[in-house]
Design a protein around this ligand. Structure first.
Ligand SMILES: Nc1nc2c(ncn2[C@@H]2O[C@H](COP(=O)(O)OP(=O)(O)OP(=O)(O)O)[C@@H](O)[C@H]2O)c(=O)[nH]1
Ligand SMILES: [Mg+2]
Length: 461
């Protein structure tokens, strides 16, 4: 079966090209601008379900002078002659005017005649002027099913209701609102569902398209949550070991750490933009406000101890580790603590595992810098906010996304003030899980942790 051919028509500057960008998810389709008569030629684009071309969309130049056009069409009738709509349009298209004065308008009408149906894009910020009524009646004369698309419906004080009435008067009862810049998440599904009702023959193909697009949206979201989870795991697991010098000597490694985290976040953002098919400059990233190197105060957390306990069971008595006063070691390395720790370090040394090295590092005068919990919270919130914004953003949007809006829901509240997910706590004691680390190894366990963390994000498609 041939693809459904849809002509996208309407008054100039109503957002026809913007609608094509949004439906094709192609930010570079055609030219969009605030000045009228931007589109000068008919340009096609395709919508796929897998490999199947389901819809062919044709962007057309905007109609401008419907009053004179209607007069010109009427003038082609002999006195007393009656022709139905399509015959009137056909006669006009054969007339010299269609190749001169009304060349642009003729392109539009030819495209409607050559298509199965038309999407009539309407800017509901405008009142229903006579010229718009004339446009509608000319388009209706083409004898093709038309679906009016009410654009700019999110603008306060719009005339959407008056437009619906005016459309009903020319027999157009099925109407859809669809803001091309900030479409609702289910906007395009509703659009295709309306088309399926209007064009029964194409309904099965449109159903396939809807299903394919829903699957794509689900897959995109899944990838997005995995990207965020990987970022968080990478950052939580990351640690830098530095000599135990005075505070000022730590400034450089702290700066380097910050920079590294920033870059890692930026690359996650770019991956997300690519995934959602937006451009790199569609979002601005401000620097991370708070990020301080912090001492290895989680070294002896329950999780780290747990891991150590398991490993130590081969060489040292696990109980010996659990019995040490952790504060003593972390705090001041008193003689007593050092003695106990010395024995511990000996055992760990034998095992040669990363925890052993970390303990040794501390005892020999090394410190390790890790990223603070608050940064993890911040990273999570920013990325979740971004995905939410990208999901709601039409591909016709021209403004830049700035990560400052507050997203308020139980999930963000949890990230802001609740306990961090267990996966991140776990990552703290697995430096090798960080893709930023030279010791990085992508293990099955790390993958599972990322999957679990990703599954805990709740974002709607
Ligand atoms: N806020 C908002 N702006 C929109 C929307 N749709 C289009 N615009 C803006 O309206 C202007 C015209 O959009 P275009 O897509 O170029 O309109 P067009 O109908 O193709 O215009 P012509 O090709 O000149 O007939 C641009 O500045 C768009 O950014 C919308 O849904 N919401
Ligand atoms: Mg255009």
């Amino acid at each position: 079966m041939n693809p459904l051919q849809l002509a996208v028509v309407g008054h100039t500057n109503t957002g026809k090209t913007s609608l094509l960008r949004t439906l094709t998810r192609d930010v570079s389709f055609g030219e969009v601008s605030a000045r009228p008569s931007t589109t000068r030629h008919v340009e096609g684009a395709r919508l796929f379900a897998g490999d199947e071309v389901v819809v062919e969309l044709y962007d057309t130049p905007g109609l401008e002078d419907a009053l004179s056009l209607l007069d010109a069409i009427d003038a082609l009738l002999a006195p007393g002659e009656r022709l139905d709509g399509p015959a009137r349009i056909a006669r006009f298209l054969d007339s010299p005017d269609a190749h001169s004065r009304f060349e642009q308008e003729a392109k539009v009408l030819r495209q409607v005649l050559a298509s199965d149906a038309g999407l009539v894009v309407i800017d509901v910020r405008d009142p229903v002027l006579t010229k718009y009524r004339d446009e509608l009646s000319i388009l209706a004369d083409c004898g093709k099913p038309l679906l009016p698309v009410l654009n700019f419906v999110h603008t306060p004080g719009n005339h959407a209701e008056v437009w619906r009435e005016a459309l009903a008067r020319v027999g157009l009862h099925s109407v859809i609102s669809f803001d091309t810049v900030t479409p609702e998440i289910d906007g395009e599904q509703r659009l295709f569902a309306k088309l399926a009702l209007l064009l029964e023959g194409f309904a099965p193909a449109l159903q396939r398209l809807m299903l394919a697009r829903q699957n794509e949206a689900d897959a995109r979201l899944q990838t997005a949550t995995q990207l965020i989870a990987s970022l968080l795991i990478d950052v939580a697991a990351y640690r830098v070991t530095v000599p135990n010098a005075d505070e000022s000597a730590l400034q450089v490694p702290i700066q380097q750490l910050r920079e590294k985290i920033r870059q890692h976040e930026a690359s996650c953002v770019h991956e997300l933009l690519k995934l959602y098919r937006f451009r790199r400059d569609d979002v601005t990233l401000s620097g991370l406000p708070i990020l301080d190197g912090r001492w290895e105060d989680d070294l002896f957390s329950r999780e780290a101890l747990g891991v150590m306990g398991i490993r130590l069971s081969q060489g040292l008595v696990a109980g010996a580790v659990a019995g040490i006063s952790i504060d003593l070691i972390v705090g001041g390395l008193t003689l007593g603590a050092a003695t106990v720790a010395g024995a511990l370090a000996g055992g760990l040394w034998q095992l040669g595992n990363t925890y052993g090295e970390r303990v040794l590092g501390k005892l020999r005068g090394y410190r390790s810098l890790t990223v603070d919990d608050s940064i993890l919270r911040l990273l999570a919130l920013r990325q979740l906010w971004l995905v939410n914004a990208l999901q709601q953003r039409g591909h016709a949007a021209m403004h830049t996304i700035e990560p400052n809006a507050q997203l308020d829901n139980p999930q963000t509240k949890r990230w802001r003030e609740g306990a961090l997910p267990a996966e991140l706590k776990k990552a703290r004691s697995h430096a090798e899980w960080s893709a930023m680390s030279p010791d990085f190894s992508a293990t099955v366990t790390r993958d599972e942790v990322i999957q679990n963390l990703a599954a805990s994000f709740s974002l709607a498609t």
